[in-house]
Write a protein that binds this ligand. Structure first.
Ligand SMILES: [Cu+2]
Length: 710
């Protein structure tokens, strides 16, 4: 009897101290989804986009069954939620992917309150709809409100995301043409930015780019527009989540300023802002007040100004949020100097060489030295605004974010300082972290108990929202000991961001750019705790994480006088290429030249290649070749080869956008055996795949034709 009483007591005690279990069932399923009036086959969670919001309370035990009813592997990652390494949901890093037809059960204690989100960490599934919100209610509410809304922002394309990535890999200008952000000579003249246009050409810099893709819609909770009830005078908490795959958003409320009360789920001192930029994968809780009767717009504008999503709060006459001025994309940072003109590497041309980075020249957070606000403002037309320098187009509000408690690590802890550059090539569409793509990289080693400081130096013209799994880091942005905790941070173009975190977990954790297409193109690393060993099932499949994917495409022109083009296969560093030129006009007999090349890519400026040139114009002139390509100032692509018969070939080519769709193109080359050859003409982009061409070739004379790529 006494024993039974003891057991009963134990059971009662256990049930009291044991966390409450919160259970969810998530079903991943492909099904037709209608967004913006058009139906496509998408990927859903419990039949919807976004998936259901998962609610927890601080101290709960989360048990989430994820059933994969799709035809491919999948996964769910709990973004910003502190979980054991095996529960983090990154295939090959934390666990094996969830196979079609199977269910994986995640279980972890909820250690924190705030707004977070979840998404697939497999392939490009996030772009197709696999994401949703997580809300963890605190034990005590800091700011009681009348209404509490989850606001999931995202972007939507009707195109298959794999096709989008292949288009980017093939270096097509199509998305910029489609959305009107392509740069051209005429565009520069119109805006009085011709000087900047040529300065950029001289410096061999890529154009400023705010988003790689032309999206069809921007969404709030799964639709372009949404209305939610609210009454005048009510306080409303908006839990804003940027779940987009490729879009940063400016957010603004037509009813007055927003008070930010937390960032990435972590409390900050309340700060009132009229407009701010929320980059991919961040979350912000803001509190707004409905000022009077009416429907007031909360607007999320894509950073590239190609569209927005609207949430209307309240009922009655509509009050819209203001339109944000378009960015001036022509503005070119950097200085033209002999050093930049003679630079052998892209980063040297922009004044950010490896040596300068190593010497700590870019260790201070902020824009690269020499890029000040005043003198750049004057060079911009008044209806456009310079990104990050004009208060109408601010960069993220980090300097306003102040933690509610000190976040500085205790003094005396060992500090590991790591500098990582962010590099990339928009044209080849490869992205590097610490000069390496994921497929070429080793882990970043850290040790439990130390403080890790990461100095992130961005040497590209894009924003990169960097996310560290399994940790919160302090963003060093001027708040001293009260630097805010975050899980995702923007590293702005040509800028440095410094973050710092106590290494107080264990495991292997992903650290990557949250632009989905950058992540897929190499911008990621594994952060590894010394002494940690992943479960055997994960260790066995880990090499799959480092797979380098191959992308294939072809382009060709068929004209009245000749045909030319190439077949191409590329991964991060290699190209296999077959180039043809067949001419029949102006020659006694049809001439055919095939060049087969294996090419190794080093950077945007420099590649080396070897292969064979197979030429037949009556006599056989086939030979083996070895050579290199190099990009000269003014973006002149030059090439040089030596052949097995002791001859050489050298040439230069140029591709100049006159308008967004019209290009002036040409090349000139000299070959020991074939002497001079050249081509010059115009090309007009008709559609994603086709261009119209009119040109003159030195051997085959005038021709008009069509160019296609597949
Ligand atoms: Cu990126």
């Amino acid at each position: 009897m006494r024993r039974l009483g003891g057991i009963l007591f134990l059971l009662l005690w256990a049930s009291l101290v044991q966390a409450r279990v919160r259970e969810y069932h998530l079903v991943l399923e492909e099904r037709p989804v209608t967004i913006g009036g058009r139906t496509i086959r998408a990927m859903t969670v419990n039949g919807k986009i976004p998936g259901p919001t998962l609610y927890f309370e601080e101290g709960d035990l989360a048990r989430i069954h994820v059933e994969n009813r799709m035809s491919e592997d999948s996964s769910i990652h709990w973004h910003g939620v502190l979980v054991p390494p095996e529960m983090d949901g990154v295939p090959y890093v934390s666990f094996p992917p969830i196979k079609p037809g199977s269910t994986f059960t995640y279980e972890f204690p909820i250690r924190q309150a705030g707004t977070y989100w979840y998404h697939s960490h497999t392939g490009l599934q996030e772009q197709r709809g696999v994401y949703g919100a997580i809300v963890v209610r605190p034990r005590r509410e800091r700011f009681p409100v009348d209404r509490d809304y989850v606001v999931v922002l995202s972007d939507w394309t009707y195109e298959d995301p794999e096709a989008v990535l292949r288009t980017l890999k093939a270096g097509r200008e199509w998305y910029n043409i489609k959305k009107g952000t392509a740069q051209s000579l005429l565009g520069a003249v119109r805006l009085g930015m011709l000087k900047h246009f040529f300065k950029r050409e001289l410096l061999r810099m890529p154009p400023m780019d705010l988003s790689d893709i032309a999206y069809d819609h921007f969404l709030v909770n799964g639709g372009p527009e949404l209305s939610l009830p609210a009454r005048p005078g009510e306080k409303i908490r908006l839990r804003i989540i940027n779940a987009a795959a490729g879009t940063n958003f400016y957010v603004e409320f037509a009813g007055g300023p927003m008070t930010i009360v937390s960032a990435d789920g972590q409390e900050v001192e309340p700060v009132k802002l009229k407009r701010f930029l929320i980059v991919i994968a961040e979350t912000y809780d803001v509190i707004v007040t409905l000022p009077r009767e009416g429907a007031f717009e909360f607007r999320a504008t894509a950073q590239d100004n190609t569209g927005h999503a609207s949430l209307w709060l309240g009922e009655g006459p509509r009050v819209a949020a203001p339109t944000i001025p378009s960015p001036n994309l022509y503005h070119t940072m950097g200085r033209v100097s002999w050093r930049s003109l003679l630079a052998l590497r892209p980063e040297e041309a922009m004044g950010m060489s490896d040596a300068a980075v190593r010497a700590g020249k870019f260790d201070r957070p902020g824009m690269m030295p020499g890029m000040k606000m005043g003198h750049t403002r004057r060079s911009t037309p008044p209806d456009l605004a310079l990104d990050g320098m004009d208060p109408r187009r601010p960069w993220p509000p980090y300097r306003f974010l102040r933690a509610t408690k000190p976040t500085a690590p205790p003094p005396g802890k060992p500090v590991r300082v790591l500098r990582l550059t962010l590099d990339g090539d928009m044209e080849r569409y490869v992205w590097f972290l610490g000069k390496k793509a994921l497929s070429e990289s080793d882990v970043i080693r850290i040790r439990k108990g130390e403080v890790v400081r990461l100095i992130l130096v961005n040497r590209t013209m894009m924003h990169h929202p960097m996310h560290l799994h399994g940790h919160f880091f302090r963003v060093l942005s001027g708040q001293g000991a009260y630097a805010p905790w975050k899980h995702t941070v923007d590293v702005a173009p040509m800028s440095t961001t410094v973050i710092e975190f106590p290494a107080n977990e264990s495991g292997d954790w992903f650290f990557h750019c949250h632009i989905l297409y950058h992540l897929k193109s190499g911008m990621a690393r594994v952060v590894h705790y010394e002494g940690y060993s992943p479960p055997p099932a994960v260790r066995k499949i880990r090499p799959l994480l480092y797979q380098d994917h191959w992308y294939a495409w072809a382009e060709g022109t068929l004209a009245t006088n000749m045909s030319e083009g190439y077949l191409n296969l590329s991964n991060t560093r290699w190209n296999l290429r077959a180039v043809w030129e067949i001419g029949w006009e102006g020659v006694p007999e049809t001439e055919t030249e095939w060049t087969l090349l294996v090419e190794r890519y080093f950077n945007r400026f420099f590649t080396v290649f070897a292969g064979a040139d197979l030429l037949d114009d009556g006599e056989d002139l086939s030979r083996a070749v070895i050579g290199f390509t190099y990009l000269l100032p003014l973006n002149l692509r030059t090439y040089f080869w030596l052949d097995s018969d002791g001859g050489t070939r050298m040439g230069v080519e140029k591709h100049l956008p006159l308008t967004a769709r019209l290009f002036l193109e040409g090349y000139a080359q000299y070959d020991t055996w074939e002497k001079w050859e050249g081509e010059v003409g115009l090309s007009y982009v008709l559609s994603k795949r086709a261009s119209l061409r009119a040109f003159w070739h030195s051997d085959y004379f005038w021709g008009v034709g069509l160019n296609f790529w597949f």
